[in-house]
Design a protein around this ligand. Structure first.
Ligand SMILES: C[S@@+](CC[C@H](N)C(=O)[O-])C[C@H]1O[C@@H](n2cnc3c(N)ncnc32)[C@H](O)[C@@H]1O
Length: 209
C-alpha cells in the first residue's frame, strides 16, 4: 500500500465527503492523553490528529510514524517546527524502537489491514507499549444489525474499492481488532460511536496481568 499518490488530495477529499465528522471521532478521547509523556501516532496521514494533540498539550511530545513520505510532508506543514513532534518515515512492520510508549494512537489505520497483517501490526505496537499504556483506536465500524448495518456495508464497499484501486490497500473488508487487543492485555475502557455506528472511537487501557 502506498498513500503517496493520494496525499495531496486526502485533506480536501475528507472535508468534501465527511466535513468535520472524522475529526470529531479522532479527537473525542483526546483529554484521556493528558499527562501521557510518550505518545505514538501510527499511520498519522495528513496530521490532523497531531495538530489537535499539540494544540491541546503543547508541553507533551508526540512521535509520528508514517509510511508515506508525501503524507508526512503534508502532516509537517500542519505543525509549527517548534512543536514537540518526532517525525519518522517508516513502516510499522519493520520499525524498531527501544523505549515503551505510554499511549498509542491509530486513526483510520488498523482498518487498512487484512486479518493476518493486522495481527502482526497489533502485536508490534503492543510490544512497544508500556504496561499501563492506553490505545486510542479510531476506525470505521460495522453496526450489529438493521438499516445502520446495511448503510455501513454500502459505505465500506465503496471505500474499500476506492482505496484498493488508488493506494493498493491490502484489506478487502473491515477486521475488528478487539480480540487482538484483548490478547495483548488491553481492555475496552470507553467507546463512542458516530454516524449511526459507521465510525467508532475506542479507548483501550492495558491492565497489569
Ligand atoms: C487511511 S490513512 C489514515 C490517515 C490518518 N491517520 C487519518 O486519520 O485519516 C492510513 C495511513 O497509514 C499509513 N500507513 C499505511 N501502512 C503503514 C505502515 N505499514 N506503517 C506506517 N504507516 C502506514 C498510510 O500512509 C496512511 O497515511
Amino acid at each position: 500500500m502506498n498513500f503517496d499518490r493520494l496525499a495531496p488530495h486526502y485533506e480536501w477529499m475528507e472535508t468534501f465527503i465527511a466535513g468535520n465528522r472524522l475529526q470529531r471521532a479522532r479527537t473525542c478521547w483526546l483529554e484521556e492523553l493528558r499527562g501521557r509523556q510518550r505518545v505514538l501516532s501510527v499511520g498519522e496521514g495528513h496530521g490532523r490528529f497531531s495538530k489537535s494533540f499539540v494544540a491541546r498539550f503543547p508541553e507533551s511530545e508526540v512521535t509520528v510514524l508514517e509510511a508515506s513520505e508525501r503524507m508526512l510532508t503534508c502532516a509537517q506543514r500542519h505543525l509549527s517546527p517548534a512543536a514537540h513532534v518526532r517525525w519518522h518515515h517508516g513502516n510499522v512492520l519493520s520499525w524498531n524502537t527501544d523505549l515503551p510508549f505510554d499511549a498509542i494512537v491509530t486513526c483510520f489505520f488498523l482498518d487498512c489491514f487484512p486479518p493476518d497483517l493486522l495481527a502482526t501490526v497489533v502485536e508490534r505496537l503492543a510490544r512497544c507499549s508500556a504496561p499501563d499504556a492506553v490505545w486510542l483506536v479510531v476506525d470505521f465500524s460495522l453496526p450489529a444489525r438493521g438499516l445502520a448495518r446495511w448503510r455501513a456495508r454500502a459505505v465500506h464497499g465503496l471505500m474499500y474499492t476506492f482505496f484498493r484501486l488508488v493506494v493498493d490497500l491490502p484489506a478487502r473488508r473491515l477486521t475488528p481488532p478487539d480480540e487482538l487487543l484483548r490478547g495483548h492485555g488491553f481492555e475496552l475502557a470507553a467507546r463512542r460511536e458516530f454516524e449511526w455506528g459507521l465510525l467508532r472511537a475506542d479507548l483501550w487501557r492495558r491492565t497489569a496481568r
